[in-house]
Design a protein around this ligand. Structure first.
Ligand code: IPM
Ligand code: MN
Length: 352
């Protein structure tokens, strides 16, 4: 198969981790007889430098024209103080502009990394495997916001329509059907009207999936349950802001945010794939970053957008093998051989 991939390396460690992922994708293409064509695009801080804004129309159009997007990370201190402009606007612009409303963030613990988890071994048990399905193009991150004239009062708005909630929940239930058939809806329905709408819509969607059990947790309780008893979760379906926060928390219980991939999907097979971690400007360019989250995002691209299950399994198995063999970047503690970003990429390619 020939696939056109829009590649957005971004800022900080983005280009390094993306480079290793391209090596892995090329090896998979060679092994399985595919051809991946890459078009490199600027977004985030590097786009501000080049075009004066974090995301241009042209970049968005080119991303739209591709079969799917691979993104590294955006942002950094260099672009923190430009009035009205932030590199992160590129992410929101891409997600919104490409209508990628369902963000899948799997928090999977590799048994080799269990010592890197801050949780006790009796809590971890035989491992953690949670799929957070975060709404990605609505809620407070996309709501009306502003200030008054004097600038001493500011507001942001959380709002959801029934159809926005419904399409997100359908993704969550469909995924649950392929997993352990349990969905936890996380909200703040004891306070927020929009959360009460989430519950109403869940009660409408759930009967279409009679095999899936559903429960509801308030987000404050959910954040506690994630560290107290993470194995109670299978799929978590939640709003944009709650999913943002809980996915960072979930990443830590698995050992490292440097391991977690994500997929952003809409109605069709098109998707955008990026690590959950950020641009880590403090270690950028030092060959210290962990490329595995981006490599695993590449595997998700093959699985969800290109329907290449064997190819995706192959990458995921190679990553597991690298960990079994004791190869580690600085963020994943626990002995073994410490290597740089490039060497980690090489190690995965070798095992493919
Ligand atoms: C993430 C990031 C982004 C988000 C920011 C940078 C806009 O934190 O992907 O989780 O909140 O979605
Ligand atoms: Mn985040």
């Amino acid at each position: 198969m020939i696939k056109n991939i829009a590649v957005i390396p971004g800022d900080g460690i983005g280009p390094e981790v993306v480079k290793e992922t391209i090596k892995v994708l090329d090896k998979v293409a060679e092994k399985f007889g595919h051809e991946f064509k890459y078009e490199y695009l600027l977004a985030g801080g590097c786009s501000i430098d080049e075009y004066g804004k974090p995301l241009t129309e042209e970049t968005l159009e080119r991303a739209k024209a591709s079969d799917s997007v691979l993104l590294g990370a955006v942002g950094g201190p260099k672009w923190e103080n430009i009035p009205g402009i932030r590199p992160e606007q590129a992410l929101l612009g891409l997600r919104g502009g490409l209508n990628l409303y369902a963000n899948l963030r799997p928090a999977t613990m590799y048994k080799e990394l269990s010592s890197a988890s801050p949780l006790k071994s009796e809590i971890i048990g035989d491992g953690i495997d949670i799929m957070i399905v975060r709404e990605l193009t609505g809620g407070i991150y996309f709501g009306e916001s502003g200030r008054n004239e004097t600038g001493d009062w500011a507001y942001d708005t959380e709002s959801y329509s029934k159809s926005e909630v419904e399409r997100l929940l359908i993704h969550a239930f469909e995924i649950a059907m392929k997993r352990n058939k349990h969905v936890t809806v996380v909200d703040k329905a004891n306070v927020l009207e929009s959360s009460r709408l989430w519950r109403e819509v869940t009660r409408e969607v759930a009967p279409k999936y009679p095999e899936v059990s559903v429960d509801y947790l308030y987000v404050d309780n959910a954040s506690m349950q994630l560290v107290r008893n993470p194995r109670q979760f299978d799929v978590i379906a939640t709003s944009n802001i709650f999913g943002d926060i809980l996915s960072d928390e979930a990443s830590q219980i698995t050992g490292s945010i440097g391991m977690l991939p994500s997929a952003s999907l809409g109605d069709g097979t098109f998707g955008m794939y990026e690590p959950v971690h950020g641009s880590a400007p403090d270690i950028a360019g030092e060959n210290k970053a962990n490329p595995l989250a981006t490599i695993l995002s590449g595997a998700m691209m093959l699985r969800y957008s290109f329907d290449m299950k064997d190819e995706a399994d192959c990458i995921e198995n190679a990553v597991a093998k690298v960990l079994e063999d004791g190869i580690r970047t600085g963020d994943i503690a626990g002995g073994g051989e410490f290597v740089g970003c490039k060497e980690m990429g090489d190690a995965v390619v070798e095992r493919l």
